[in-house]
Design a protein around this ligand. Structure first.
Ligand code: IPE
Ligand code: IPE
Ligand code: MG
Length: 251
């Protein structure tokens, strides 16, 4: 029998301690395609299937927030053809899935510098955001043209503008105020961040927000990532001890 290394051996049950918010860096699409002699776009397409699977696994496990890194500020440096393929895939995904997402009472949000995107995509994003804005069962956030440093820079400029206008004093800036000025305003911080594809770095994702996030890195390439892999990550999370700088003993 052929042994598929990317498949975990046994099904894993939903653990008792769950993250409220899971963030995912979906990496490894290009390598998945290359290993099969396929174009990178085939990896991205298969990656969209993994996203459907993981979104469902997330909802049925009881996690309330999922934030995915779909396209980074730095991904604009990729060849124009690949960017075009990715944008087309995104547009297609939104068109195809929006009704289902809405029926399932999922609220969609988009974070990042959306001004960089084409008018078509911006329209789809606006429609999806408006249509689902009152949904409260599950929160699905897509980071698009997103870079955490750029997000922090925008935040600093916004606060500096308020100072210049005389409506804010430097000494009155608080951590909460910064959090509420970031693109992720209104979202809890991620409890668990999963990165597929073997790299162990943040690549400019949620730097401020992940100060106390638990990280889970796996070599599994995103197009191979399925419900069982997701449950393994939840299992591992449930065994972590989050101390937030304390001794961990009852205060
Ligand atoms: C992640 O897969 C998808 C995006 C960054 C848009 P990659 O395209 O980075 O795949 P690898 O890392 O080259 O395998
Ligand atoms: C991070 O993956 C961005 C997304 C998954 C959208 P990259 O493949 O762009 O990251 P690096 O370049 O390996 O750090
Ligand atoms: Mg990559």
């Amino acid at each position: 029998m052929l042994w598929n290394k990317s498949k975990p051996p046994a099904p894993v049950a939903t653990p008792d301690i769950l993250p409220q918010h899971v963030a995912i860096i979906m990496d490894g699409n290009g390598r998945w395609a290359k290993a099969r002699g396929l174009p990178r776009s085939a990896g991205h397409k298969k990656g969209a299937d993994s996203l459907r699977t993981v979104l469902n696994a997330c909802r049925s496990s009881g996690v309330r927030y999922l934030t995915i890194y779909a396209f980074s500020s730095e991904n604009w440096k990729r060849p124009t053809d690949e960017i075009g393929d990715l944008m087309q895939l995104l547009q297609h995904y939104l068109r195809q899935e929006l009704d289902t997402l809405h029926e399932n009472k999922i609220r969609l949000r988009f974070i990042g510098d959306l001004t960089q995107l084409s008018a078509n995509i911006r329209d789809s994003i606006r429609d999806a955001t408006e249509l689902t804005t009152r949904n409260a069962d599950f929160n699905f956030t897509v980071a698009l043209s997103y870079g955490s440093r750029q997000e922090i820079l925008r935040t600093m400029r916004k606060l500096a503008t308020d100072i210049e206008a005389g409506t804010l004093k430097p000494a009155d800036i608080t951590e909460d105020m910064i959090s509420e000025t970031l693109d992720t305003a209104g979202l809890p911080e991620p409890d668990l961040l999963i990165r597929t594809g073997g790299e162990q770095r943040l690549s400019n994702f949620l730097l401020w927000q992940s100060a106390y996030t638990e990280f889970y890195f796996t070599d599994v390439l995103w197009p191979d990532f399925d419900t069982q892999h997701f449950m393994l990550a939840l299992q591992e999370y449930s065994q972590r001890e989050r101390r937030y700088g304390t001794t961990g003993e009852q205060q």
